[in-house]
Design a protein around this ligand. Sequence first.
Ligand code: PLP
Length: 367
Amino acid sequence: SGASRSLNFGAGPAKLPTEVLEEVQDEVLSYLSSGMSLMEMSHRSKEYAKINKDAQDAVRELLNVPSNYKILFIQGGGTGAFAAIALNLINRTGTADYCVTGTWSEKAAKEAAKYGEVNLAFPKPKKLGNVPKQSTWILNPNASYVYYCANETVDGVQFHYIPETNGVPLVTDMSSSIMTENFDVSKFGCIFGGAQKNIGPSGVTVVIIREDLLGNPMKICPTVFDFTYVDKEKSIHNTPATFSVYVMEKVFRWIKKNGGVSEMEKHALAKSHLLYSAIENSNDFYSCPIEKAYRSRMNIPFRVGGVNGNEQLEDIFLKESEKIKMYQLKGHRSVGGMRASLYNAVTYEEVEILVNFMKEFQDKYEN
Ligand code: PLP
């Protein structure tokens, strides 16, 4: 059945491992001989309680989460978390610092500004892809937290270091990079990520939060976003996205079986290196506008037919790539050009097919 799967370079919801989908397929009518689909079972059942706990334990194990951190599952996607972060954390001093390096951190900053005072750590770069050096940032020692987006999915800008905040809690959006590299959780106050890129279907957002940051939500914080309450109820405070959590738990097992996050990181490095090298070695037929130090290993935007792109050629590129079942390579509408997303479920061999296609395309169309 795997043979009929497309090459899916979509940015999200994104490719899931074929083995995981096959397992889901096998169980879809009857979960554990119950004669019921997991989709049809109560979220208060012992079966779901186990899935929920196994998924939380897996996050702890895979990311080496220290015991003074809680792991929560909420709904509302990454966008819901933009609000939830401020609603739970900005109350301490009423202000927060935001690093705007692309589309998603900009949206997060706008959302937080509904609930408190938002300061930008640096003026939004005129040209995205060029993050100012940390020594030039202006951070408020009195901020409730400092926020940044670890990987800007639309723009292809990724932090390859953890910013220093002198004790102010650091909050990060890892929606498009969680479980793709090892990092030190203890450097953060709070980490969140929507599942739909590297770890599951849409519908669930993972939140990892240091426990001393709980207990101070704004009065207006909706119950479903109140981290303190969600934690108390073990993320089964109301009907969760049971199916999404169920599939996500299987993806966690798949990651473990495939060598854990370290192995995902090795693959991410190898896959992204292969594609960036092809771009670099194309004599500017292909080009990526992002500064090398901030290039994403997950989302690689590139133009076709010169550094400013040739839209006609880009249309042809898309059509021809679809002929060989390579899908979702179109860049975000705000950026243009192409974007290849190389999440955990995308294999090295699939990136090789893309790179070979790019070489052939260049031979055919370069004048
Ligand atoms: N943050 C990042 C880094 C994203 O890539 C996305 C979506 O693509 C979001 C937040 C928003 O997530 P959602 O669509 O689940 O609200």
